[in-house]
Design a protein. Sequence first.
Length: 326
Amino acid sequence: MALKAVPASQVPYIDQFHENNVTYALYNGEDDVGERRKMATFILKENKFVVMGHRGSGMNMLQSCDRKSKAIKENTLRSFNEAANFNVDFIEFDVQVTRDGRPVIFHDIFILTQEEGKLIEKRVTDLTLEEFLSYGPQNASTNVEKPLFRKMKDGRIFEWKVDEDDRFCTLEDVFENASQSVGFNIEFKFDDNRSYKEEELVGVIQAVLQVVFKQGKGRCIMFSSFQPDAARLIKKQQTTYPVFFLTNGGSEIYSDIRRNSLDEAIKLCLEGGLQGIVSEVKAILRNPTMIAKIKESNLSILTYGQPKNTIYTIAAMSRRWFTCNT
């Protein structure tokens, strides 16, 4: 069993890569699917890469993106459809629920703007839908666009500038306007530094499921979350779509030990009946023998992370992939 690293630039036509084993790759993201009312069986076509666009066409802003390519605001319809133009199989995006119960697409826990020369920081889930949509580009010319800023993990703050901008959107907007050619990996986003009561998690999950069940027919969908209890409850609240547990695999350490190793991730998946693990690729590269252990546990393993613009391929993994029934 081997790990292979393939530069993205060397794979212009994804389906032309040939291997004796079933292979699976993820481009800066994760993958795969199901259908309402019927749990599907994981099957991956032989000799085919499955590619997912992370937050659409990538987590871009001018300060951090490759200037050979254009920076498009992540987690927006423009970003999702740009990814679809590159024939990705899935797009991954982050969902949070506003104070008035509306699922919206945004990665960061806090949203930053500037008022009278001062930075103002607010929690996304403390905003109403109307307040959330008032940030950034506006559809109506009479609305005032609030400038956006972004705080990095190291505390640095940048003005969020891109080559191509777009307004914020709701989960309903994505179902209605994103290309039908792509599946969705819907990540339930929660604050790493907060403890959640079960009823809080269930409320968020049910708000998202209401939209998915109403508009998801015919769309390949999977769910994922870094929040261990949320991942367990997503599975408990529905049996239609597959659920994956997201983990850094020990690349970062958290107070919740379930988040700190691939061994703990396996244990959580088996106890909660989840379909598999989405791991930071560095955790797999540090310990590739975990692939066999995950496979022996009858779980699937997906990877994310893009060091040096590389597609990481994990070969000869579990064949328990999802097919999409439309």
